[in-house]
Structures are given as structure tokens and as C-alpha cells.
Design a protein around this ligand. Sequence first.
Ligand code: ADP
Ligand code: MG
Length: 570
Amino acid sequence: MNKTVGVLGGGQLGRMFAEAANRLNIKVLILDKENAPAKQILGTSNHIVGSFKDSHAIRQLAAECDVLTAEIEHIDTLVLEELTQSGVIFEPHWRTVATIQDKFDQKQHLKSAGIALADSISLDSGSVDELKRVAEVFDFPFMLKSRREAYDGRGNLPIMSKDDLDHGSDFCKDRKVYAERWAPFKAELAVMAVKTKDGVLSFPTVETVHENSICKLVYAPARNLSRATADKAQQLARKAVAAFEGKGVFGVEMFLLENDQLLINEIAPRPHNSGHYTIESCPISQYDAHLRAILDLPIPPSSLEMREPAVMLNILGSATGGSIDPFITAALSNPRTSIHLYGKGPATTPGRKMGHVTVTAETMAEAEQLIQPLIDVFDKHSGRKPASATPSRAKGGKEVPQIAVIMGSDSDLPTLAPGLTILDTFAIPYTVRITSAHRTPEVMASFVSTAASTGIRVIIAAAGGAAHLPGMAAAYTSLPVIGVPVKASSLDGQDSLYSIVQMPRGVPVATVAIGNSVNAALLAARILGVSDLRVRGLVEEYARKANEEVREKDKRLREGNWKSYMEKKG
Ligand code: ADP
Ligand code: MG
């Protein structure tokens, strides 16, 4: 590949782009200040020293390269327009960057392409009177956003009530601002879309968690999102990106509203923080994809699918300007953790992106658990109170099963039904299988012995008569096994109970009452609840409801007498 790619901007995105290019023997030249992060890892003295807003420096870079691209949108597009007319290739198109770099123009452009997004109103002076008129249309809260040069929340000011109007008006004094309707989102999602010469592809839908308007965590794939909504988000991202000219990756930020409606928040015409996870999680990363797209190299669509779930945590400069070293020390000994440091020197600026870590695991639950100690160190380092894990927002959807419910025979299914209903109510993903310990021992052995590696965390096993299934399962796995004795045609289920409960020392099976699959499901939920705050909350809620029900019955009994109570009960 005998091409030289010039990049306007040499920050962390340029640096990771350079890593991807290095692996393909593609030469990269950077325009940015001396020793910028991207320059540090490229062995050439031909980089251009200067600003990506300086037309002279951009011309110099263009003279050395076959294709130009940018890792930041706040660049001089006028000179790019001129250069393009004289045959220089810049991707994505200069018009795309020019439209996107003014957030208001970007949103108007998306709106005219039929893309759903929060309403916006351009402002003249931003006087208090003008902001009052905005409040009449949008009500409080609404958002003031700087049209240009905004990033990491630095151009945003939420106007929560009329008390903020004076401050809002001051904010408008030295910049062009527009007002945006508040988006009452339940989650923020993002999709990296790849625009090639042939069309638009996309990476999976991820969830971003912002703190103080800066992206802190990315969960890939987005947790507990239905397959339909995840697909819808990818489609929306592809449609939005198709509205722009040029090639390359685009970061598409979205709001997911309570009713599952999606709104586009904003688009970045470049690799994006929400796509770092692709380095470890996908066969080709967002940086590989950008490179391939701008050079018309093949991108097999399946290379954008995730191999493993991931959680990414940004390493930000602390509020006190302290060193990030304690965090790095912790990350180095954390299992399954990839560390990326950006070469920005000692951390001094609060909130500055100094690096990131990505933890991958076979299941999202596992990745969440693995990264939690690092989140705790991060919170401590940045002067925050250690936060508990962000609770998952499970609402069903196609997810990796956490519980395996197995039975010896389909005649056990009616006994299991009440327990399965509980798992449905709690939106805990599970799988149900018939794996007889007697008739299909090899199927049972293979299923149970690999269960842990597929993300299963608890096994519920129901069996009747010579009820060997729970015990055999426990022998093949280190996962907790809960046995449900099923009442078979003779001996009233006592045979099943004794078979399951009488396990030899060393191979434990937690045994519930005969036919009590509800308790098996609740016990499984309690086990998951040890590390899943959402499930723990549901278990507590279940107990609270049961408590209320008994009190209510007692009240009714005390109000009437026992005979009328019995009559009503029928
Ligand atoms: P930046 O360029 O700094 O990323 P964004 O416009 O994406 O700016 O805003 C940063 C964050 O502020 C968003 O990720 C979201 O958490 C919040 N935010 C932005 N716009 C709105 C809005 N209209 N309603 C509610 N929250 C918003
Ligand atoms: Mg943003």
C-alpha cells in the first residue's frame, strides 16, 4: 500500500489511527504541534508542525500526501475547499466537516434529511428576553449550546429554571449560541457508522455514560437493549451518515427516550470516543475502518461485529491535577484489561482525556464486574465518591442467558412454569433445555460443562423419581446448581426430594421444596443479585409486595370474620 495519509490533528484519535496504519504499512503524516500524541509513535521527521486551523500548514501537509483526513472537526475548511478544487483528496468531504463543525447547521442539515432530533432555535443576541421567548416554546429545562468549538460538554449550558436566564445570557455574550429542547433520555447510545464508496456500514449499538458532560464509560453492546431498538439505532445512524458527503467513520450520538424513541444528539465526522472498544472487541477497529474507507480498501461487513462484550473507561485528568499513576498501577494488575495511554505528559488539566482502558469478557455481566474495581479507583482519583456499578436497565431483549433451566423430561415443564414466569417478570435472560441425566447423559454433560463459559451463572435443574439430573449437573460444573424435586406418579415426590437433597459431601445442590420452582427462581435471582443491583432491587421489591399482600389479607380478616372471609375466598 504505497499511499501517504495526512491527518489534520494529532491527538489520541490520530494516534490510534496511526497504530492502525502502521499495521498495514501505510505511511501517515501528522499536522499538529511538536511531539503531539500521534507524532510520538510514527518514525518520521516529515510531520508538519503547526495548527490544523492554519491554511499554510494544511497546504504543506497536502503537498506531501495522497489523501488527507482529520481527527477533529474544528479545522480550516476554506482551504480544504480550495485544495479539493485543485485535485487534493480530503475525506470526508470538506462540506461535511463545514456543516458538522457548526452544531446548529449540522442539526438543520439532519432535520432536512428527515432525521429525528431535539428541536433547536438559533439565537441572535442571547438577551434575557430572547431566552425567555425560548422558554415559552421549550419550557424548562432547555440547553444552550455553543455553535462552534464545542466538545466534552465545554460548549453546553443547561438552563434549568428562570433563575439561570441571566447566567445564560452572559454565556451567549462571547459566542454564537443556539437553544435546544431538553431530551429526557433514559440512556445515551452511540453507533460508529462507516461511509465507504459503496454505502454505509455500522458497528453495533453501544451505551455511553457521561459524567459532567464528559463521556466516562462505554458499554458495548448497549446493556439490556432490545434487539429491535439496537437495530433501529444502527439504521438511524446509517441514515444520518448517508446524509453527508465523503468517506470515513462517523461517530453518531443518540438519546434513547422513555418510550424507546431515538433522537440523534450529534455526529462527529471522524473516529470517536464511543468507538475505542472496537480495538479489542471487533475484528477491525474504527481506526482500521476509517483507513480502509478513505483508501477504498475492502471492509467485510462481518468484521464490524463484536467478538466479545466490552466496557471502556476513560482516564481523565483529576480535578486536583493529581497523577494518573495510581490508576495505571491498578489497571496493570486488573485481568482482561487493555490500557491505552495517549502520551500527553503528566495530568494537569481536570477532565482532560489522558488514556482509556477496555475490559473484555465473555459476557457483559462479567466485563462489568471486572471493570468495577477500576471505576472505584477512578472515582477516588478524580475526587468523587466511589460510585456503585451503574445498574443495568434490563427490559428483556435478546441477551446472553444468565440462568440455565434444565429438566429431565418435558413432563417437568408444568412444575417449572411458575419459576420461569418469575424470571420473565424480572427480565433475567435464561435458557430452557431438556437434558436427561439418564437418556441423554452426553448432551447433559456437554451442556453443563460448557455453561459457565457461555455466560450462565446459575443452573436450575428439575427432576422427578430417580432424580439424578441436579446432582450430575453439579458434578460437571462449578456453577451453583438449584434442584427442584418434581412430584412424579408415585411416592408423592418424596423420592425426587431425597434423591436431590442427599448429595455426597463436596458436590452441593441447593434443594428447594417439592415442586417449588418459584423458590428456585428467586434463589437464582438472589445469587445474581450479589453483583447485579438491578436484580437485587427486584428481589427486594418482590419481598415487599409479599409482605403487603399478607398484611392486606390480615386486614380483611380482621374487618370481617373468618367465615365471611372464607366465603369470599370461595
Ligand atoms: P459535546 O460536543 O460536548 O459532546 P453534546 O451536545 O453531545 O456536546 O452534549 C454533551 C452531553 O450533554 C450529552 O452527551 C448529554 O449527556 C447532554 N445533553 C446534550 N444535549 C442535551 C439535550 N438536548 N437534552 C439533555 N441532555 C443533553
Ligand atoms: Mg457529544
